[in-house]
Write a protein that binds this ligand. Structure first.
Ligand code: NI
Length: 178
């Protein structure tokens, strides 16, 4: 097990479309463990496998409040099978775009289908934070980032900032490295 490096904007691999998991085997379980370790260490509430450079349709999540017991959830090959017309606005962030937050509007309720680590299929109606988070993570599996849902002006600005920082070999706002 290991904490893996998280890909940061503008890493092109974040734009890759991930492929479905065909067989849930020991390698899958190992990857899921490393995703949880990486996500908890960050810390973050959700992670898609591509964020650690693995283009597989796997998402880990834990929406438990800070002082509550952990609630690890794994979604393999998650799909949106229905979404509400009404939208919810939620401030989003992303471990691949550190320290940047912006309001994003998405369907307030969604129905999702996915496999668990034992290969059992589930269908779940999600609202609130789960709805926001699973849509954000499924986007990652399709090479989409939450900044694609904000205005072009704001998106161009954040991409420019992270591209400049990457050239200098540091994160934006990382003053210790200056
Ligand atoms: Ni993200």
């Amino acid at each position: 097990m290991a904490v893996r490096d998280i890909l940061i904007l503008p890493d092109k691999r974040l734009r890759q479309v991930s492929t479905p998991v065909v067989k849930i085997d020991a390698a899958t379980r190992q990857l899921v463990e490393e995703m949880f370790e990486t996500m908890y260490a960050a810390p973050g509430i959700g992670l898609a496998a591509i964020q650690i450079g693995e283009p597989k349709r796997i998402v880990t999540m834990d929406l438990a409040k800070k002082d509550d017991p952990k609630e690890p959830q794994v979604f393999i090959n998650p799909e949106l099978i229905d979404e509400s017309k009404d939208q919810n606005i939620h401030e989003e962030g992303c471990l691949s775009i550190p320290e940047y937050y912006e309001d994003v509007s998405r369907p307030a309720q969604v129905k999702i289908r996915y496999l668990d680590l034992e290969g059992r299929q589930h269908e779940v109606n999600a609202g609130g934070l789960l709805a926001t988070c699973i849509q954000h993570e499924i986007d990652h599996l399709n090479g989409v980032l939450f900044i694609d849902h904000i205005s072009k002006l704001k998106r161009d600005r954040v991409i420019k900032k992270f591209t400049k920082a990457a050239k200098l070999g540091k994160l934006p706002g990382d003053r210790a490295a200056e």
